[in-house]
Design a protein around this ligand. Structure first.
Ligand code: DC
Length: 224
């Protein structure tokens, strides 16, 4: 493997996005949010009036779509579908409600996982999601599973002003047949319930050092 991948998985509202973004910026790596890719697919399905529970129609919709993935000026992943940027809509309640159904369709995963792997061909990445350490990059030695208690996660979501049934989403995401949310056998688990974002990032950097991770010279965050 030429470039480095740091995989960060975890359930909804575990804090993994903030942590992955901060870590990527500290290291000068690309930050890839795979949840946003599944959310974008869900946006397209709803836009087209397709039933998210109809797996064949969902697969056909994504097969017909022009999928463009890239990085913005901050080195963060962006996705356009049929030339449109769905970013402003990705946290809408309808997307929260249907994203688990869309993301369990095998063809959707196949198409998006190929794009996720392509990011790694272009450079070093911190990638967050549900199956990054277990299925997308099982070979990376740098994998973390960020968890938090159900109460803390529910509080974080409502503090963000979002309507999101995270327990229901986690249950579908964990029980699906194809690449479910799971703790990869060799992942390091960090409970973020009582930690700040900086605290979790510091914990990850400390554990990476123990694994002889090639720490970038540009790292802007170091552990005290
Ligand atoms: O990280 P998030 O909450 O934005 O993810 C939204 C949904 O996308 C999540 O409920 C399940 C799906 N997802 C997935 O199936 N695999 C991933 N690697 C990332 C997200």
């Amino acid at each position: 493997m030429s470039h480095v991948v740091i995989a960060i998985d975890g359930p909804a509202a575990s804090g993994k996005s903030s942590v992955a973004r901060a870590l990527a910026h500290a290291f000068g790596f690309a930050y890839v949010n795979t949840g946003a890719m599944y959310r974008a697919a869900t946006w397209l399905v709803l836009q087209k009036g397709v039933d998210p529970a109809d797996a064949n129609a969902v697969a056909a919709t994504m097969d017909a779509a022009r999928i463009e993935c890239g990085l913005d000026a901050s080195h963060e992943s962006v996705i356009r579908l049929d030339g449109e940027d769905p970013a402003p809509h990705l946290r809408d309640p309808a997307i929260n409600q249907h994203v688990s159904a869309v993301s369990m369709v095998p063809r959707v995963r196949e198409l998006l996982v190929a794009r996720q792997r392509a990011y790694h061909e272009q450079g070093n990445v911190v990638m967050e999601g549900r199956d990054i350490g277990s299925a997308v990059f099982p070979q990376t030695p740098y994998k973390f599973y960020i968890d938090a208690s159900p109460d803390v996660r529910a509080q974080r979501r409502s503090a963000q002003g979002e309507s999101d049934s995270i327990a229901a989403r986690d249950s579908v995401d964990s029980s699906r047949r194809n690449s479910p949310l799971m703790i990869a056998e060799d992942a390091q688990v960090i409970d973020s319930s009582r930690l700040t974002i900086e605290g979790v990032v510091g914990e990850i950097i400390g554990r990476l050092k123990l694994k002889d991770f090639p720490m970038p010279a540009t790292a802007r965050l170091t552990r005290a």
